[in-house]
Design a protein around this ligand. Structure first.
Ligand code: SF4
Ligand code: SF4
Length: 407
């Protein structure tokens, strides 16, 4: 494992951090035992920065991470957590959430504490409520050690927030598709020029850059003289940049953890050749032309009052356009969102355009507009008959499974 120095704090942090946003076992029911095993195994192999937040896994991520850090593991890592600024209506709320987080973590101090997911308007709001006083007091009380913020907004607002306080660090979304989105490479360089250590989130855009790539993108990687997995290309490209301290990966699979740790053992700054950066640039440019919705699957938009699983709907919609599997995508869409197996339906046509999701989306995706497109492509006069047939198929499978279980 390579380590890089956090400029203001002097901490030597592993270039790969463990993000506890996508633990094994699913969004609301993470598998505690498996999560603890994976977190500890990563720490045993050199990871020393672990990150969680109030909303991850419906509040269970902080609790699980706290448990994983028992037995001497807490002393081996720097622990990062985040203030849910959108829930704070007053200065007192900030104290309340920090104390509740320490309780969930069963800890007395958070090493790296961030104001979670700010942009220009939310920064103004939280600054007005006294967040700087809160951070100073929390540091003086020994509840947090270093202060930072995570950002999803536009570049000029990022620079203004960087200049608004003596931050130790910040966290930005950065990957081969987002080189110039949000804070982007310009924001990264701006923060680094002020000695603010930069942590990277969404390095693989919720896994999209690691899995099967669209045919046109895969051709570009396959033609490169250096043979690497798609995830390795994407991660090495990030670590190639100066100014970045740690890249957070939301890992939940032993094989991926092992691969990421292997890559993090020699991904030095400036280690890619110009031919290799060119390969990544071409792959990213091609990817952007085929992706319909820039959704990362972060789930900040959930729950939808109309029961639409927004990230799942977009994931299926993107798959159709990225991989050209029209019928399979339609069946997946209806199967997962059509209210089968006793679930409530959550089809795109149920969207009433309330805009609740848009307010929380860090990617500023106009969800209702895309829902209209999804409806046009996946729904129509055949929706009801198809749902009926799918329901039949599923219940037949259920009986077969039951029989098999009895035997
Ligand atoms: S705009 Fe549509 S998708 Fe978004 S929360 Fe409202 S109903 Fe749900
Ligand atoms: S629509 Fe936005 S908030 Fe919802 S999962 Fe996608 S990126 Fe996240």
């Amino acid at each position: 494992m390579l380590y890089r120095t956090m400029p203001k704090t002097g901490d030597e942090l592993s270039i790969l951090g463990f993000g506890c946003m996508r633990l094994p076992g699913g969004a609301l029911r993470p598998d505690e035992a498996e999560s603890i095993k994976q977190i500890r195994s990563a720490i045993d192999r050199g990871v020393n920065y672990v990150d969680t937040a109030w909303p991850y896994h419906g509040g269970k991520s902080e609790v699980i991470l706290g448990k994983a850090l028992k037995g001497g593991y807490r002393q081996k890592v720097k622990l990062a957590d985040k203030l849910p600024q959108w829930l704070c209506k007053s200065r007192e709320d900030m104290d309340y959430y920090l104390d509740a987080q320490l309780e969930r973590l069963d800890d007395s101090v958070i090493d790296y504490y961030l104001i979670h997911a700010v942009d220009g308007p939310t920064w103004k709001k939280i600054e007005g409520l006294g967040v700087i006083d809160f951070l100073e007091k929390a540091k003086a009380d020994g509840k947090i050690i270093h202060a930072g913020f995570s950002f999803h907004g536009v570049r000029d607002d990022f620079k203004a927030i960087v200049d608004a306080y003596d931050w130790d660090f910040c966290q930005i979304q950065f990957n081969i598709l987002d080189e110039h989105n949000q804070a982007g490479v310009e924001g990264l360089q701006y923060a680094a020029s002020k000695d603010i250590g930069v942590i990277i989130m969404e390095p693989l855009r919720g896994g999209v850059l690691a899995g099967k790539q669209p045919r046109e993108v895969q051709k570009i990687y396959d033609a490169a003289p250096t043979k690497r997995s798609n995830a390795e290309w994407a991660l090495r490209w990030i670590w190639n940049h100066p100014g970045i301290v740690t890249v957070l990966s939301g890992m939940n699979n032993e094989q991926h953890i092992a691969e990421n740790i292997r890559i993090a053992s020699d991904a030095e700054i400036g280690s890619l050749t110009s031919q290799e950066t060119d390969t990544v640039r071409q792959a990213a440019e091609t990817f952007r032309t085929v992706m319909k919705v820039p959704c990362t699957g972060c789930q900040y938009c959930m729950p939808c009052p109309k029961n639409i699983n927004i990230p799942l709907v977009f994931s299926i919609y993107n798959s159709k356009h990225l991989y050209g599997k029209g019928l399979t995508s339609k069946i997946h869409y209806l199967g997962f969102n059509g209210g089968l197996q006793g679930k409530k339906p959550g089809l795109a046509s149920q969207c009433v355009g309330c805009g609740l999701c848009v307010k929380h989306c860090p990617q500023q995706i106009d969800v209702p507009v895309h829902m209209q497109s999804v409806r046009k492509e996946f729904e129509g006069p055949m929706t009801k008959p198809l749902l009926f047939l799918l329901g039949k198929a599923i219940s037949m499978g259920g009986r077969k499974n039951k029989k098999a279980n009895v035997q």
